[in-house]
Design a protein around this ligand. Structure first.
Ligand code: 3HC
Length: 325
């Protein structure tokens, strides 16, 4: 349904309106759901916010996998809270997307039939408890690096959702680093597990920022509209610069023999991820793509009776109200 709306909007685009819209963006004004917006702006936001919401929801799976096996009651309670936060983030983001005229059911259906993506990172398995540390530290760390600038994004509901999400993501990153610290300062076997988790999550975390700038399809237009505030490579570099000293503090080694501090640029030089692996994961061929989508499809099918029941209840209530009026 929303696709039709975008199509009809695109045919009616008036150059004067487009200029006025861009002027509002350039002046730093927030665009609100009922304001006029170009069809492409609406479409890009639905794609990006929807993909982000799906990432939060699918992202519960690799960590949910460890709730029953957390090493202590305290770690279990923290992990449980974190996974619940991710569900909450998904809900704020679906609500922000709904203000653009797409329904949550439409978004979910597009995820389940492969028309919409979720973050590549969640197609990697979590094999040991140390992976809970690496996910919190690196994956949530990369997510924050990307999301802090999005608090200033031009679309009001997205920017407001981001402010709350970022506060919670900071806690997530700290809890991950705390797990890594315990493991890195533990027995030699625990330190080895921490190093192994860093080895496996380093490059997939770098991939989270998206393809290199020369291969990014949407960056230029999205940055002009302030849907994105930085390029993929800018944020990736910032993440590397921030994370390498954190790894050193843990006494762990970043799995990149060519990683070097560059005095001239004031940044680390690092090896790019294997982009063929990234595009392969996007095509559905990562280690866990099939498992993740199967789990989401099952949850959707199993929840049908609840959705049907709630809808029937709401319809009955509305009919009763109308009859009484
Ligand atoms: N995973 C999957 N797909 C990706 C991707 C990734 N890591 N990075 C890029 N892509 C896709 C894009 O969606 C696009 O495909 P499409 O045209 O079919 O949609 C294609 O690759 C080209 O990339 P672009 O650089 O042109 O795409 P974008 O301009 O959309 O930039 C992005 C990609 C930087 C991820 C941007 O969409 C963004 O900032 N999104 C919001 C943040 C987000 O989605 N974060 C998810 C992280 S996980 C998370 O937050 C959960 C937390 O709990 C850890």
């Amino acid at each position: 349904m929303y696709a039709q709306m975008i199509k009809s909007e695109a045919t009616q685009e008036d150059p004067e309106k487009l200029t006025a819209f861009q002027a509002r963006i350039d002046a730093g004004e927030k665009i609100e759901p009922k304001d006029w917006m170009p069809a492409g702006y609406r479409k890009t936001l639905i794609r990006q916010i929807g993909q982000h919401a799906h990432s939060e929801i699918v992202g519960q799976l690799p960590e949910g996998n460890w709730i029953t096996r957390a090493p202590t009651l305290e770690r279990k309670a923290i992990l449980l809270a974190k996974v619940q936060d991710e569900a909450g983030h998904g809900l704020y983001l679906y609500c922000a997307a709904e203000t653009l005229g797409v329904s949550r059911d439409e978004l979910t259906e597009m995820l389940l039939d492969g028309r919409m993506k979720y973050s590549s990172i969640f197609n990697y398995p979590t094999l040991t408890w140390a992976d809970m540390g690496a996910v919190g530290w690196l994956v949530d760390g990369a997510a924050i690096m990307n999301q802090v600038p999005l608090q200033r994004t031009s679309f009001g509901p997205y920017s407001r959702a981001m402010i709350r999400i970022c506060k919670e993501e900071s806690f997530h990153q700290r809890q991950g680093y705390d797990i890594m610290m315990k493991m890195a300062q533990g027995t030699p076997a625990q330190k080895k597990m921490a190093q192994d988790a860093l080895n496996r999550f380093w490059y997939p975390s770098l991939m989270m920022f998206g393809p290199s700038d020369k291969d990014s399809v949407h960056s230029e237009q999205s940055m002009a509209w302030k849907i994105k505030m930085n390029t993929n490579d800018e944020l990736r570099q910032k993440f590397v610069d921030q994370t390498v000293p954190q790894a050193e503090y843990l006494g762990l080694t970043v799995p990149d023999p060519d990683l070097t501090w560059n005095e001239e640029t004031g940044h680390y030089d690092f090896t790019q991820p294997d982009w063929s692996e990234f595009f392969d994961v996007l095509k559905g061929n990562g280690p866990c793509n099939r498992e993740r989508l199967a789990a989401r499809n099952k949850a959707w099918d199993d929840g049908k009776w609840v959705r049907d029941g709630l809808l029937a209840h709401a319809e009955k209530k509305a009919a009763r109200r109308m009859a009484a009026e």
